[in-house]
Structures are given as structure tokens and as C-alpha cells.
Design a protein around this ligand. Structure first.
Ligand SMILES: Nc1ncnc2c1ncn2[C@@H]1O[C@H](COP(=O)(O)OP(=O)(O)OP(=O)(O)O)[C@@H](O)[C@H]1O
Length: 226
């Protein structure tokens, strides 16, 4: 489902980031750990096809995103693949402040080139327990509610892969545990592979206590910059 070999990325005028090899089965959990600046967000951007690898192989849900994948889909085709395959939960949730909760989800369908499907939007909001908030604007939500809405949006199109960037940053222990339980149960419900980038030790603890060893891979990115 996710497989990488000798994956590396170089920012223009920046360091070369070299990543450990990974093999993550469908439905598995990958934790990307490592200190600030070790390349966690970059790895997520590579897996989402937002940036192309400088060298090495990366296959995500059947799509070759590595440097050898010269046939990498471009432009609109890559955007459509991403919209249908990847659910992204960014650290800053990026809900559109001008739109209602419902319309934030409708916009995700629109961005994927799909017709608006109010029933599916209702189902996604209900699965995350925020169906009563559909007509509110993001500014009228608590932090936890906003995170649920962002997660509903991330899984709206039933992605094969959920990428979450520091989902517990700035949360207290109770909220962090709730957030991780929500991510885990949502990924299980959708049968999705879950990738979490974090330097929060609570995340590793949560998944080692709540996931079978077989389905869990943790890699620690270092400052192995060439
Ligand atoms: N646009 C850029 N141009 C040049 N270098 C960059 C750019 N973006 C990130 N970097 C560098 O690449 C490295 C990896 O950054 P990245 O954001 O992936 O790390 P991270 O592990 O996600 O960090 P954090 O935990 O602080 O979010 C860092 O050394 C960073 O300074």
C-alpha cells in the first residue's frame, strides 16, 4: 500500500533529506517520528504527491510518486488522484472561514470534480458526531469540534490513505487521547492506512497500546541530511 526505497528529497537551496525505507500494508499505521526539522512534513508532502522525490521510489496506493516514476501523473490528473485517494489532516486545519461546515465539505467534493452529494456529507458529519454543526461557520466551533469537522472532510471521499500532521500538537492529555482514538477508529471504519507525523511521545504510546504489532510501523527520522 505504501512502499518506499531510498527515498530522498532536496529543497532548492536546502538540505537533502534521506528517508528510511517503509512497507505499510493496507489498513496499517505508520508513525513518522523525529525532531523538528527532520523531514516529517516533507515526507507527508511526498506521499500526497504535492512534491516530487529527488531520488528513490515511493508507491502510494498503486501510484508511483518516486523519482523513477517519470510517468507521474501531472496537474489535474494528479490533483484528482490525490482528492480521491488521500485524506489530509493538516496541523492547521485550513477550514474555509467564509463557508459553513457543510459547505467546507461540499467544496472538497467540488475540488475532486465530483457532484455535490449532501447525503454523503451528512453521513461523514454524523460519523464524527458533528452533524448538528453543519450550518455553523468554523469560527463558531471549539478546537475539538473543528478538528472533527476537518477529519470528516478528510475522510469524506473515503480515502485509502489518511495523512495527519501533528494531530495532538497543543492538546492536553485527555484531548490528545480523544483525538487519537478518533483518528484510529475513523481509519479502521474506512479501512484506510493511517500515517501520523509527530514528535509527541504520547502518540507512539497510544498506538503501541491500541494496535497489533503487525499493523504498526514506527520510523524515526534523524538529521541524516546529505
Ligand atoms: N521550502 C523550504 N526550503 C528549504 N528548506 C526547507 C523548506 N521547507 C523545509 N525545509 C527544511 O527541510 C527540513 C525538513 O523540514 P520539515 O518541515 O519536513 O520538518 P518536520 O520534521 O516536519 O519539522 P517540524 O516538526 O518542525 O514541523 C528542515 O531542515 C527545514 O528547514
Amino acid at each position: 500500500m505504501i512502499r518506499s526505497r531510498q527515498l530522498a528529497y532536496r529543497y532548492p537551496k536546502g538540505p537533502v533529506l534521506a528517508f528510511p525505507d517503509v512497507d505499510v500494508p493496507q489498513g496499517g499505521v505508520l508513525l513518522l517520528a523525529g525532531p523538528s526539522g527532520s523531514g516529517k512534513s516533507t515526507w507527508l508532502a511526498l506521499a500526497a504527491g504535492l512534491v516530487g522525490a529527488t531520488s528513490g521510489q515511493l508507491d502510494v496506493a498503486g501510484q508511483s510518486l518516486g523519482a523513477g516514476g517519470a510517468a507521474l501523473k501531472q496537474g489535474a490528473a494528479l490533483d484528482a488522484w490525490r482528492a480521491r485517494t488521500i485524506g489530509f489532516l493538516p496541523q492547521k486545519l485550513h477550514l474555509s472561514t467564509a463557508l459553513s461546515v457543510h459547505d467546507n465539505l461540499a467544496m472538497a467534493q467540488w475540488a475532486a470534480g465530483l457532484a455535490q452529494d449532501d447525503q454523503r456529507i451528512g453521513e461523514a458529519l454524523e460519523a464524527l458526531g458533528v452533524q448538528d454543526l453543519a450550518l455553523r461557520k468554523p469560527a463558531q466551533l471549539s478546537g475539538g469540534q473543528a478538528q472533527r469537522v476537518a477529519l470528516a472532510r478528510a475522510v469524506l471521499l473515503q480515502p485509502q490513505v489518511i495523512l495527519a500532521d501533528e494531530p495532538t500538537a497543543s492538546l492536553d492529555d485527555e484531548a490528545a487521547a480523544a483525538s487519537l482514538a478518533l483518528l484510529q477508529s475513523t481509519a479502521r471504519w474506512e479501512g484506510a492506512t493511517l500515517v501520523i507525523a509527530t514528535h509527541d511521545a504520547r502518540v507512539a504510546r497510544f498506538f503501541s497500546e491500541n494496535t497489533s504489532q503487525k499493523g504498526l510501523l514506527r520510523i524515526v527520522l534523524g538529521r541524516k541530511q546529505l
